[in-house]
Ligand binder design. Sequence first.
Ligand SMILES: [Zn+2]
Length: 367
Amino acid sequence: MERGKKIVQISIIGIVVNLVLVAMKAGVGLITGSIAVIMDAVNNLSDALSSVITIVGTKLAGKEPDKKHPYGYGQIEYISSITISVIVLLAGFTSFKESLDKIFHPGDTNYTYVSMGIIAVAVLVKFFLGRFVKSEGKKYHSESLIASGTDALFDSIISLSTLAAAIVSFVFGVGIEGYLGVVISIVILKAGVEILLDSLSSIIGARVDTEFAVGLKEHINQYPEVQGTYDLTLHRYGPERIIGSVHVELPDRMNARDIHMLTRTITEDVYVNYGIILTVGIYASNTEGGNFAQIKEHLKAVVAKYPDILQMHGFYVDTVRQQVSFDLVIDFTSERKQEIQTEIVDAMHAAYPEYQFVAVLDSDFSD
Ligand SMILES: [Zn+2]
């Protein structure tokens, strides 16, 4: 795959540049005795390690599904993200501890023009690396490249502050190393916590992005026969493999052949345009006979009295069985789900005693 190869190539450039920076900064840090510069080197080392893990994780995650793991290996990407977050957190803790120590036991720093020059070069290198990786990431639509490019741009600011500390120390003879080290550590720790929480949230099963869910439903609603799209669920097996289901409302005069053709077309369309394997279930909607429109209006009025109800759908009047069925999506925070369900069924039955009312509670899976 061309794209994957390119992403790996750019990551390798990033790793090599970062390792060169680590060597330069570690050297300068040890010679000048600057804890801030050493911690900056540790930060760059964790960047290089993260890129290595990203490459390995991407390779493993791309493995084809097999009998034992029929959903593929995509979830490995989350595991590698967690590993990266642990490395970043360890770097942050170490850096924090060392910097605190430096505040209470300040040592001498002895900067020279040469060491400051090296730090300045390192700042520029990191800045241009960041810009390069970010623009390549945009070109190849790689979230991880964009993220690491942004991270590198941010890191160049950290390095710039170590240069500032060096100049302050050189000109005024005042050491602000330890304090700066603490600030850098907090930035590193924050990044680690964010990566960790993001990956954990994905593994637990995060809510589908609202814009994405709404866009996908609107896409399906464009089919003329589809009168509404509901109950969208999406399960991620890694960032690349998404499997889900949806309900569409169709006129009750459509027969199995029409529905077969339509749902197959939708499934294929969604796979081609979104890369999602979607199972399409159906609700029928009344087209003729009886007073279904009147009952529906009445139900809508009843439902409107409950702010906890987010949506009513799947409404159908079965005139043969004298049964009316519909689904209610009630807010997760509502503590009266069952009561609301009963109250609505009772209210509808009171208004139309000749019908049985069946209300199904749906989960609020997506917007
Ligand atoms: Zn439903």
